[in-house]
Design a protein around this ligand. Structure first.
Ligand SMILES: NC(=O)c1ccc[n+]([C@@H]2O[C@H](COP(=O)([O-])OP(=O)(O)OC[C@H]3O[C@@H](n4cnc5c(N)ncnc54)[C@H](OP(=O)(O)O)[C@@H]3O)[C@@H](O)[C@H]2O)c1
Length: 308
């Protein structure tokens, strides 16, 4: 099988390419920056189509020629989440049926447009494709990437100032709200499993595939962090879920880019308080890779820090 990976020079894209090659697939790359690939990966590709932008139509048409499947792993930025799918139109012209859409996100099938701004484009894309395209894309819902767990975007809005580490919650969200997460390594392995063996995927039926390395609550995340890094985490109760919703409404009214991170963090906390991110019906794909545990992931990160 020849698979085209758009965004192959990126963080997930390179991982996807390595896994696909290790499973015996041929891989073609698409992107603006072929030099961003290591020579070791570059020379193993079937080819690389260099584009000037996501709207470089001749490059898109060239890239999709003769491939059996497409994985779109463009950067998660609003322009690419929607307009980047000009690639899907190129796939339509070439008669390709297997298209893994840029996703690897939290489960946005349980939320509505406007609940979490960052996913509005995913919802809009899916709606648009359903109404206008003969292609049934595959969407992969993976929870938050582990790299973001210890950032303001993660559960509890993790903050580290010197030695002081804090996480925040509202209502009883430290123990109740469940946040699925995945390492990029697990997500890449399971994406290739889904491409090769996912039910209906090779027949072009597409669909939602829900995966995750694990689930965590804010309290568990703080406990595992303390255990691995040896630093105390202050888990602070900030008020009721009503207080959180009122604050989010105020921030949205004020608007402006300055509030974007806080809006994203608080909107995610509101969804989590309603258990909206949970993935009870995830697909187990352990034949090639067992899920990474939170402790293993943090220990790996600690080892990387220590080896610098
Ligand atoms: N669940 C999560 O927490 C989470 C977090 C991060 C990402 N993701 C998902 O993972 C997927 C891949 O994300 P990533 O973090 O691996 O992406 P990334 O490394 O930021 O970017 C991937 C590639 O996108 C291309 N790109 C960036 N800006 C572009 C532009 N303006 N025009 C055209 N191409 C552009 C670049 O390739 P060239 O320079 O070669 O063109 C880049 O190497 C996305 O679907 C995203 O939604 C999920």
């Amino acid at each position: 099988m020849l698979v085209l990976i758009a965004g192959i020079t990126g963080s997930l894209g390179q991982r996807l390419a390595r896994v696909a090659l290790s499973r015996g697939l041929s891989v073609r790359g698409l992107g603006r920056s072929p030099d961003a690939l290591s020579p070791e990966l570059s020379w193993r590709l079937e080819s690389f189509t260099k584009s000037t932008s996501y709207y470089d139509i001749p490059a898109l048409d060239k890239a999709v020629t003769g491939v059996d499947a497409i994985i779109c792993a463009y950067a998660p930025i609003p322009i690419l989440d929607l307009d980047g799918h000009l690639l899907l139109r190129a796939a339509e012209r070439a008669g390709i049926k297997i298209f893994i859409a840029s996703s690897w996100s939290r489960d946005w099938t349980n939320i509505r447009f406007g609940d979490f701004e960052h996913y509005d484009n995913h919802i809009a894309f899916q709606t648009q494709v359903e109404r206008t395209s003969p292609i049934n894309p595959v969407y992969i819902l993976s929870g938050i990437f582990a790299d973001l767990l210890l950032t303001p975007y993660g559960p509890g809005g993790f903050e580290k100032n010197g030695e002081k580490v804090t996480m925040k919650y509202w209502g009883d969200g430290d123990v109740r709200s469940v946040w699925p997460w995945s390492t990029q390594e697990d997500a890449a392995e399971w994406t290739i499993d889904i491409l090769m063996y996912g039910e209906g995927v090779q027949a072009g039926k597409g669909g939602f595939f829900k995966i995750r390395s694990g689930d965590t609550t804010i309290r568990e995340l703080a406990d595992v962090y303390e255990k691995v890094f040896g630093t105390k985490v202050e888990v602070a109760h900030e008020g009721s879920v009503g207080d959180l919703e009122a604050d989010l409404a105020r921030l949205r009214k004020e608007g402006g880019g300055a509030n974007a991170v806080e809006i994203m963090a608080k909107a995610a906390a509101v969804v989590a308080s309603k258990r909206g991110w949970e993935i009870p019906d995830f697909t187990v794909l352990e034949q090639f890779k067992k899920p990474t545990t939170l402790e293993e992931y943090f220990k790996g990160e600690k080892d990387k820090q220590n080896s610098k």
